[in-house]
Design a protein around this ligand. Sequence first.
Ligand SMILES: Cc1cc2nc3c(=O)[nH]c(=O)nc-3n(C[C@H](O)[C@H](O)[C@H](O)COP(=O)(O)OP(=O)(O)OC[C@H]3O[C@@H](n4cnc5c(N)ncnc54)[C@H](O)[C@@H]3O)c2cc1C
Length: 545
Amino acid sequence: METFDYVIIGSGSAGSVLANRLSEDAGTTVCVLEAGPRDWHPYIHLPAGFIKTFHMKSINWAYQQEPGPYTGGRSIYAPRGKTLGGSSSINGHIYNRGQRQDFNTWAQMGNRGWGYADILPYFKRMERRVGEGEDTFRGRDGNLTVTTMDWKDPLCEAFMEGAVSLGIPKNPDYNGAIQEGVSYCQRTIEKGLRMSAAKAFLHPARKRPNVHVRTHAHATNIIFEGKRAVGVRYLKGGRGGTPVEVRAGKEVILCGGTYNSPQLLQLSGVGSPELLKSHGIEVRHALSGVGEGLQDHYAPRSVARVKNIRTINELRQGWHLWVEALKWATTRRGLLSLSPTMVYCFWHSGETTESSDLQLTFTPASYKEGVQGQLEDEPGMTVASWQQRPESRGYVRIRSADPFAAPIIQTNYLTAELDRRVVVAGMKLARRLLKSAPLAPYYAYEDFPGEKVQSDEELLGAATERGTTTFHPGCTCRMGPADSGWAVVDDQLRVHGLQNLRVVDASIMPRMISANLNASTMMIAEKASDMIRGKTPMEAVKLAS
Ligand SMILES: Cc1cc2nc3c(=O)[nH]c(=O)nc-3n(C[C@H](O)[C@H](O)[C@H](O)COP(=O)(O)OP(=O)(O)OC[C@H]3O[C@@H](n4cnc5c(N)ncnc54)[C@H](O)[C@@H]3O)c2cc1C
């Protein structure tokens, strides 16, 4: 049986960063197991290809969530990347770190070394920021290129002026001193191509002889000797494939993401004894927090019909698309280099809110049923709005002992009263933004939720009927103290009560942050790599309060 120092399960945002950092030590061997294929498909690399990869089952787990109390009986689609780079290979390329208080809250929950000043050096270390940004906050020579949207659009400009007219200031860098304000998005795009975690971290590492990446390697369980993780069993080729075992001389590191990491722990006998026994799985280690605490951002997408100008809906049709394809081929710019959203706006739902609790995005396009899958034919523009720090929590639980069965995903969106209130406030702000004076020359009428929808109750009803995930699930293997009753890993990301096993991915977030999750997931892996290598943590940044 082959033995490596580290066996990493999952080559996504976190797994790619870890594979790179751990293999910097030439004497260390690293094996990465990835259930999906190589990231060769052109749609992964073409930024606008997200609209295709969104449903592409060969590189996407394409999960369905359970209907929740506030989803109007709907089962909401939950895409997840299943290829090198994981979800960073199919995501919307937006780069957004979150707010200081997000990470200070993590520290207050009992996690030493995770306050904002402590984690900021890791955000800086991994990025190569091209564009606006103060050196206190931004890195300039890391692996991950971060650029600003280079598409200047009259509708986007008018939206931003509209925000300013409502008292929302422009912010040159929402990843800098403060997040609040409006601006074009920052993106993980370089020269018109996606900068996935695989491209930034894994592929450079693969050139080293001590890195071994296995694709089509679906991990089915972690192998233990007593309480010590000693290896991983996987099926080469997926379901019905050849069983293979690899040994980890030092550690097994689980980077399967928010849905699959708790699933694999449960399949391996780590979790709530009642759940495991109900599926006939022997309890290796009782840990009731595994899979519990799931959080995500829930967004209704307000749509207005547009007049007097072309939107992306028309630009991707007929001969326009050929022009855009030529433009991308020759300049790497234009429609095919775009992200699903173009402008970001952070604001607060009420006067007493200490920092912004609403995130709004603007796109000069509209999607069928409001979800990023298929563009509509008639001109449209969309403002998605969501509560940044929801309180509702759900869970991920195995459906059966079959490692190929999709887990049960119940996010319980909007079950907390605060969440309902803030989401309604977001829809009201979205309406004011779309109706602002600078957008008036282009605004035809409100399509969703529609003028008939006015009271808070009606707005909540509309959110229930058509809100969707923003694809930011986290918090199913939460980091926290052993005696908390909910934590799965400690602040070194070691699984409580077990040896040689860590979880490093978006699932360890103890609480949802005010951001999309790719940037912070990679930061988590950057920081974890120093812990695993026994290095002194980077010095905290000195910040003016
Ligand atoms: C459609 C979409 C749009 C998004 N847009 C944005 C955005 O614009 N900006 C942003 O910041 N975030 C965005 N996100 C979220 C962000 O990409 C994720 O939060 C982040 O990539 C999660 O990283 P991770 O390492 O936790 O998991 P992942 O990147 O999902 O990696 C998990 C990896 O583990 C592999 N794996 C799982 N189980 C097994 C197994 N049993 N055996 C072997 N391998 C396994 C998976 O195939 C996958 O490659 C988006 C996500 C999606 C899906």
